[in-house]
Design a protein around this ligand. Structure first.
Ligand code: COS
Length: 379
């Protein structure tokens, strides 16, 4: 699908692909086995401008478009899905809302460090009782004098343990539910803010997933992002963009599964010939490629709409839904083609299979994507 890209996008894709093959691929499995956050790799990615691809140079970004960002997250995730989500959560869920909703002062204060990768960002909407029902947030923020005082806890914050800038949603008017939620920027080290439990996960084990705890956490008044009680919309608009990042991650994993399965099928000999000669294997590979291409084109479409400033909520939900289900399909088939070996840690397809599942869960489950899509059909 290279012919759909501009010369600049092709160059970026090539550059990221080279970086990912040379620097990320050799350490991905080992990092994942050891639950090691790849801080060194993120630093190198930052030096290449990959932590702020789609944001203006005046704030320290690379001044490119979201298509370039989508391509970069896919290339990174092709070799390491954990690194892919670290970049994606940082960019889509923190840099994006600060760029879009921040005051000029907030943008000047936070974006240069975030876009240059000097600081990592983490976003937190989810709570124990507020997963899909994300408006049911119980973390509260009350204005006391000239400070916001936050109390409560958040779950499953990607980059939670490593971040220095957090975007947190809290209820400022609980009876109003989604119309009483406000977004805040919180810096690491703010009194009353601490990191809680670190999750042990099925996959993407080099990324951190943490609980955030707020106990009378006092924030300067000016750390409110956007408008009071309009934070739910900030979160939803942010997730529209975030879902494209996850679609890109899912496509990267799917491509890894297809390429590894193809190579294995050509090498593995059974019944005196490579298993690639058998139609059963050929049809699996064909179905994987067809599904991947369909999901890629849907993600391309949604990203194009975003780049053009057109509505893309539904298309983003469709891209995320399709790409994550295709990712699971391809990872499953890749293990199948590897047979018993695919179930061992000796082959990367085992990791792809574990990594794939999260794409159907975070930034909105497949059921939530279907709900968003159905609402747009029925409205
Ligand atoms: N863009 C802009 N505004 C949006 C929006 C979007 N994509 N989606 C919803 N809104 C607005 C609605 O228009 C509504 O505005 P008003 O208050 O002016 O009427 C408001 O947000 C509330 O929306 P809605 O009534 O649809 O809220 P629901 O409680 O029904 O929730 C879902 C909607 C289920 C779609 C939402 O809660 C959701 O996306 N849940 C999943 C959250 C998620 O992805 N979590 C993952 C964790 S983040 S890593």
């Amino acid at each position: 699908m290279e012919y759909l890209l501009t010369d600049e996008q092709k160059m970026l894709k090539e550059m990221v692909s080279k970086f990912a093959k040379e620097r990320i691929a050799p350490v991905a499995s080992e990092n994942e086995k050891n639950h090691r956050f790849p801080a060194d790799i993120i630093q190198e990615a930052a030096e290449l401008g990959l932590m702020g691809i789609a944001y203006p140079t005046e704030y320290g970004g690379a001044g490119m478009d979201f298509m370039s960002y989508f391509l970069a997250v896919e290339e990174i995730s092709r070799w390491c899905a954990s690194t892919g989500v670290i970049v994606s959560a940082h960019s889509s869920l923190v840099c994006d809302p600060i760029f879009r909703f921040g005051t000029e002062e907030q943008k000047r204060k936070y974006l240069p460090d975030l876009l240059s990768g000097k600081k990592i960002g983490s976003f937190s909407l989810t709570e124990a009782q507020a997963g899909s029902d994300s408006g049911n947030t119980k973390t509260t923020a009350k204005l006391e004098g000239d400070k916001w005082v936050l109390n409560g806890s958040k779950l499953f914050a990607t980059n939670g343990a490593e971040a220095e800038v957090y975007l947190v949603l809290a209820s400022t008017d609980p009876p109003q539910k989604t119309r009483g939620v406000t977004a805040f920027i919180i810096e690491k080290g703010t009194p009353g803010f601490k990191i809680g439990k670190l999750e042990k996960k099925l996959g993407i084990r080099s990324s951190s997933t943490a609980e955030l705890i707020f106990e009378n956490c006092q924030l300067p008044k000016e750390n409110l992002l956007g408008e009071l009680n309009k934070g739910f919309k900030v979160a939803m608009i942010t997730l529209d963009g975030g879902r494209l990042g996850i679609a890109a991650q899912a496509l990267g994993i799917a491509r890894a599964a297809i390429e590894d399965a193809r190579d294995y099928a050509k090498e593995r000999v059974q019944f005196d010939q490579p298993i690639a000669n058998f139609q059963a294997i050929q049809w699996m590979l064909a179905d994987m490629q067809v599904e991947y291409d369909a999901a890629w084109l849907m993600t391309y479409r949604a990203t194009l709409l975003k780049d053009r400033g057109l509505p893309y909520s539904t298309e983003s939900a469709m891209a995320k839904l399709k790409a994550s289900e295709v990712c699971m399909f391809c990872a499953n088939k890749a293990v199948q083609i590897h047979g018993g070996y695919g179930y061992t840690e000796d082959f990367n397809v085992e990791r792809y299979y574990r990594d794939a599942k999260i794409t159907e869960l975070y930034e909105g489950t497949s059921e939530i994507q279907r709900l968003v899509i159905a609402r747009s059909i029925l409205k």
